[in-house]
Write a protein that binds this ligand. Structure first.
Ligand SMILES: NC(=O)c1ccc[n+]([C@@H]2O[C@H](COP(=O)([O-])OP(=O)(O)OC[C@H]3O[C@@H](n4cnc5c(N)ncnc54)[C@H](O)[C@@H]3O)[C@@H](O)[C@H]2O)c1
Length: 254
């Protein structure tokens, strides 16, 4: 089960955290993995871990918010069977203290970046026998999270884009789903704690861990396991769905 042999998978932001774990698991299951990354060094690290385990992977240094770069990369890959739209950035702030520049920056990467990759991947999948797409949404797509105005806007868009693409490409045999993690322990979380709560890192880490009713943050590998299922042929009846992976955050925080 969950074999990806013979498939080409594109994972954006595959140099770190969740994207890295997904890249490693997909390669282990036989996929040829294409990591699209802003950071060449981070992608190289993922590739070396994949190759050390006998897997096949390529890296493409690319900013997903730049349409021409994304198109070039997808052209060089030719056939794409799986796309994981994972690259994303965080922002802390409410409506009033979110600047226009911050809103635009989050939009460019989290929303437009996903759009650029969806458009390029769908064009390739339509020419072949379809494909599977997985978008990284968030619990913020479903419930109000304090001080995450711009980020929530972007992840709501991911959830909505998922349904739109799933509906429009049913006939092309392209499945499109999203997953909504609560907090996952990655450099993304460590980075925003360090930036926004300097000197209170340990305390904030504990606090954020406990906001999941299960009592901790997820591990990237736990998210990768769900990603593998949804992108595999075993999930062939699933499209247009969002899967929370949240330690009970959405339904048990009462
Ligand atoms: N970590 C969490 O708690 C959490 C929770 C819910 C959703 N998510 C989502 O999961 C995804 C991955 O999160 P993570 O925690 O693994 O993040 P991370 O910061 O560890 O990794 C993100 C990767 O994306 C790359 N990236 C950023 N901007 C890019 C761009 N413009 N073009 C190409 N690559 C770019 C970065 O270089 C980095 O390697 C994000 O979309 C995030 O919003 C994370």
């Amino acid at each position: 089960m969950f074999e990806l042999t013979g498939k080409k998978a594109v994972v954006t932001g595959g140099g770190s955290g969740i994207g890295k774990a997904i890249s490693i698991v997909f390669a282990r299951q036989g996929a040829e993995v294409h990591v699209i990354e802003l950071s060449h060094e981070a992608a190289a690290q993922t590739l070396s871990e994949i190759e050390a385990n006998g897997g096949k992977a390529y890296s493409h240094t690319c900013d997903v918010s730049k349409q021409s770069q994304v198109r070039e990369v997808f052209k060089s890959i030719a056939q794409v069977d799986i796309l994981v739209n994972n690259a994303g950035i965080a922002h802390v702030g409410n409506l009033e203290n979110t600047s226009e520049e911050d809103l635009d920056r989050i939009y460019q990467v989290n929303v437009k970046g996903a759009y650029n990759c969806l458009q390029a991947a769908v064009a390739s999948m339509k020419q072949h026998s379809g494909g599977a797409i997985l978008n990284l949404a968030s619990i913020a797509s479903h419930v109000g999270i304090p001080d995450r105005f711009a980020y929530t806007m972007s992840k709501g868009a991911i959830h909505a884009m998922t349904m739109s693409v799933a509906k429009d490409y049913l006939g092309a045999h392209i499945r499109c789903n999203s997953i909504s993690p609560a907090r996952v322990h990655t450099p993304f979380v460590d980075g925003f704690i360090a930036k926004n709560y300097p000197g209170q890192e340990e305390e904030m880490f504990e606090k954020l861990s406990k906001t999941q009713p299960i009592g901790r943050m997820a591990k990237p590998e736990e998210v990768a396991a769900l990603a593998l299922y949804l992108c595999s042929d075993e999930a062939s009846f699933i499209t247009g769905c969002d899967y929370p992976i949240d330690g009970g955050f959405i339904t048990l925080n009462n």
